[in-house]
Design a protein around this ligand. Sequence first.
Ligand SMILES: NC(=O)c1ccc[n+]([C@@H]2O[C@H](COP(=O)([O-])OP(=O)(O)OC[C@H]3O[C@@H](n4cnc5c(N)ncnc54)[C@H](OP(=O)(O)O)[C@@H]3O)[C@@H](O)[C@H]2O)c1
Length: 261
Amino acid sequence: MTERSVTLEKKLFTGKVALVTGATSGIGRATALAFAREGAVVVLAGRREHLGREVQEEIEKGGGHALYVRTDVRKLEDIENLFQTIVRRYGRLDFAFNNAGVSLPHIPTVTKTTLEEWDLVMETNLRGIWLCMKQEIPIMLEQGGGVIVNTSSILGFTGEYGLSHYCATKHGILGLTKTAALEYCSKNIRINAVCPGPILTEMLEGAVPYVPTMMEMMKNGTAVKRIGMPEEVAGAVIWLCTDEAAFMIGQEVVVDGGYTV
Ligand SMILES: NC(=O)c1ccc[n+]([C@@H]2O[C@H](COP(=O)([O-])OP(=O)(O)OC[C@H]3O[C@@H](n4cnc5c(N)ncnc54)[C@H](OP(=O)(O)O)[C@@H]3O)[C@@H](O)[C@H]2O)c1
């Protein structure tokens, strides 16, 4: 699938503000471009400043509007700065895609996982989303509604050798998503999760040196015998943010080429 330009006629989100964490690469980057294509102002969060600025420029070149805010989701002060910036600049937040995530560059079993490794993955993937939601929900309550999409994984349903740290966070994200969805759906805030299968990004490619057969295994595991593209996850996120998805509450939307089927 080739990337589309950010200039298309049909715009779903004109006048709306969207936040994407982990917007510097992969699924987050593709989703940021998709939000921009639909007319939203996009706030881009991530640590790698040069990449964040590149995405911002790409959106602006296409006639969209974006703002990169350097953010490490493990750091409370960065998160506070991110949301203060959003409120100060735009005064609202319609959509939040909490997507920043990491895995480890190797596959330690439970007993071989160090405390530092466990904390890194937990603090980024699970605590990071919780900290963002603690800021997003009050803004959405104040303005009368909004939509939140959290990135889990198909590893939010199963275990995987050497990935206890990652699987624990992705299972946790689903619990957090469902509970928050119940707590805030009566206030017009819809909260769901996307669960990607194997998607061609830095994260998947990063695993290849440790598991050389990774790409082949993942490809063969899908029903369609291919790895997915970030834009294919972005499409699901965009749909979840539309009014067409008004009856979607606390769901896990699996985008995996039939991997789990
Ligand atoms: N690719 C797959 O097969 C797959 C499958 C299921 C789920 N997922 C999930 O999809 C999400 C996106 O991953 P991806 O596949 O697109 O991989 P990716 O290209 O490696 O993207 C990960 C993103 O997370 C950001 N990030 C990591 N640590 C961060 C931190 N402490 N603070 C802020 N941002 C941080 C990275 O930005 P910086 O490095 O610039 O901070 C990057 O933008 C992750 O949650 C991942 O678990 C991926």
